[in-house]
Design a protein. Sequence first.
Length: 549
Amino acid sequence: MQLRPYQSDLKAGIDSVWAQGGTPLGVLPTGSGKTVVFSRILRDHHGPAVVIAHRRELVGQISLALAREGVVHRIIAPDATVRAIVRKNVEKIGRSCYSATSDVAVASVDSIGRASDKWRFSVTLWVMDEAHHLLRKNKWGRAVALFPNAKGLGVTATPERADGKGLGQGASGVFTHIVEGPPMRELIDAGHLSDYQIYVPPSSLDVSQISISRATGDYSVQDMQTVVAKAQITGDVVAHYLKWAPGKLGITFAVSVAEAQILADAYNAAGVPAAVVHAKTPAGEREDTIRRFERRELLQLVNVDIFGEGFDLPAIEVVSFVRPTKSFPLYSQSFGRGLRPIPGKDFAIIIDHVGNIVEHGLPDAYRVYSLKSRDAKAPALNPMSLKVCPGCARAFKRIFVACPYCDYVPSPTSRSSPAHVDGDLVELDAATLEAMRNAVARVDMDPAAYAQELFQRGCPEIGIRANTNRLRATQEAQERLRHVMDWWRGVKLSEGLSERESFKSFYLEFGIDVLSARALTAKDADELCERIRATLPFAAQCMAPAPAS
């Protein structure tokens, strides 16, 4: 199989990190060929090697990818599992590259301990699929530690974790460099991934009632199951599938086996053939169910924690979220199940019943990844975050004043605070706007007039001098800040945003509206100035004055 140019570039970047003695983490969006890249790397590698899947269900998928590349390998798994994988490979591509004596092995993280000590110490390369799971002290970290003489490679679509723990050597992980391929939107525009349409129907689900697990950073499973069941959205799930995607092949993400069965029963009762698949579904039954889905004998696979990561089935046309998650990797990879292109599929349909899209934003929005740890509890403002149109149930970027799909203009719940209108000053009521303008006027007043005012109020001379000096320092800082804000606004207008959209974008990115920013005192003004400068294109950074030290 010929590598696409971006896949070749990713492989070259990985080789470069190895040449420096590092451990690379290769990043490509869901569905864009991570498995193809590391299969080619294994084909070209000389010496014993191992690929580790984070779940046993994905061992067969990796084996198939290696077989397509002609990589002879063995599978560390029970004999029945090995036979089933070999049969599937022959069924899919007409051959199997399995050999019980090969030095290249594929194993799940839970079965890798069955490898012999002699072989483990001879391994010169390990590859970890879905490597955002890998921390030094967890079972994925213990798995790669079994190969002390090997260089390593991790691959993932989402190099971050819900719990905020870093994947880098200096944090809690093992990787030294991120090697990124093109972002998702670029691959969609190039036709390598399918585009999508999002619908977010109204729901009574209240995720604020779900606690967060300290261990995972995601929602507590028990709370999640209770709250989702209480919301009673099963009928809505089926009705909205029939409204927006009738006859299309879909997967529905459920919170529990019991809820999945209720959903499948509801689909079947409505004439939509459906089946449940979960981690304890026997392997043979699961494979048969997937084959029936591919033949369109089933239109819905209702799954529980089985298809979110690594699952490869291009036939999927619809993704229905009935499982909320705080994990961006789980959300993004679940979303991505629908983005593999197939003939006749113009776009994937995403139906979100639990608010995941509003929680995380678009999966193809630009993101900056880091191997460092982060504060998982820190709230993040995001100019690319979304809101839902009450008119058409489509999700759109919060910076837009009107829904771009139906032109509906949502009314704010209140106009008495910038927070209620996402920083759109045009939406504020007159009294609020007047008070904010008065605060700016106080910052901009003439220092001599300010000194006279203080004198008339009986302020002593030393106090007059101190307060007047503070005002002058604030005005100097404000001059720097406003200069940078003007550059920032110019960049946004050049990108096609309207004036009001630039107001909202500023608020969502920096957490303060443009008018309140003009009333900040010296220290806060300089801090904001530096934050804005960091987001400007290089040329604008050079033109904008830096804060005084």
